[in-house]
Write a protein that binds this ligand. Structure first.
Ligand code: AMP
Length: 214
């Protein structure tokens, strides 16, 4: 299955993406994870992206479009995938369309998680991420068994720099500013399905599964 998962920052998108990827054997592709890994490794891409990410701004379209074009241009490109955090703008959606066409792949569904801003701000303040394997946690809704330690790999948990309160507001503003054009783009292709992102992790997962199975 070939799916794009849309949703505001902090809507539980990354958590659902990992679960859905496992459930439907889809390769989970997160541009946020790719960029954070590049920053950790100090690559030229990471150096270029860091300033944008730390201040809660989107990395330029050309940079992320290149990452994705490279990933899907390789012979080992995934035939079944779940996109998490890409595309994020109409320009990226159009670029991705071209990438998929060249690769001979067709999208099945664009799932849009819905969550109001007040809930997002509440959730993001408790969010933590494993520094080693990127597993997401939440201190209230999805706590690790041992505080600040990843259940899966034992790595240390940390708050993302861009999850600080002052950057969250600007990320949300950006999300709303770029979402409309993209939603209209996928609505025209009859690919868009909306899911209420307000429940618990299993509730939202069940709602996503239902949309993907029908
Ligand atoms: P995420 O982990 O998806 O919340 O992404 C974290 C940050 O990475 C974003 O706030 C952006 O600065 C950057 N980023 C990730 N994906 C994209 C994208 N598709 N376009 C532009 N910037 C992105």
């Amino acid at each position: 299955m070939r799916v794009i998962l849309l949703g505001p920052p902090g809507s539980g998108k990354g958590t659902q993406a990992k679960l859905l990827g496992q459930r439907f054997a889809m390769t989970h592709i997160s541009t946020g994870d790719i960029l954070r890994e590049s920053i950790r490794q100090g690559t030229p891409l990471g150096k270029e992206a860091q300033g944008y990410m730390d201040s809660g701004r989107l990395v330029p379209d050309a940079l992320v479009n290149d990452i994705i074009a490279e990933r899907f241009g390789r012979p080992d490109r995934p035939g079944s995938f779940l996109m998490d955090g890409y595309p994020r703008t109409l320009n990226q959606a159009e670029a991705f369309d071209g990438v998929l066409r060249r690769a001979g792949l067709k999208l099945d569904v664009v799932l849009a998680l819905q969550a109001p801003d007040w809930e997002i701000i509440r959730r993001i303040s408790g969010r933590r991420i494993c520094l080693k394997d990127q597993t997401p946690y939440h201190i209230l809704y999805n706590p690790p068994k041992t505080p600040d330690v990843c259940d899966l790999c034992g790595g240390p948990l940390s708050q993302r720099d861009d999850d600080r309160a002052e950057t969250v507001t600007s990320r949300l503003k950006q999300y709303h500013a770029t979402l409309g054009g993209m939603l209209a783009f996928y609505e025209r292709q009859h690919l868009l399905r909306e899911v209420n992102g307000l429940g618990t992790i299993p509730e939202v997962f069940a709602a996503c599964v239902e949309q993907l199975e029908h």
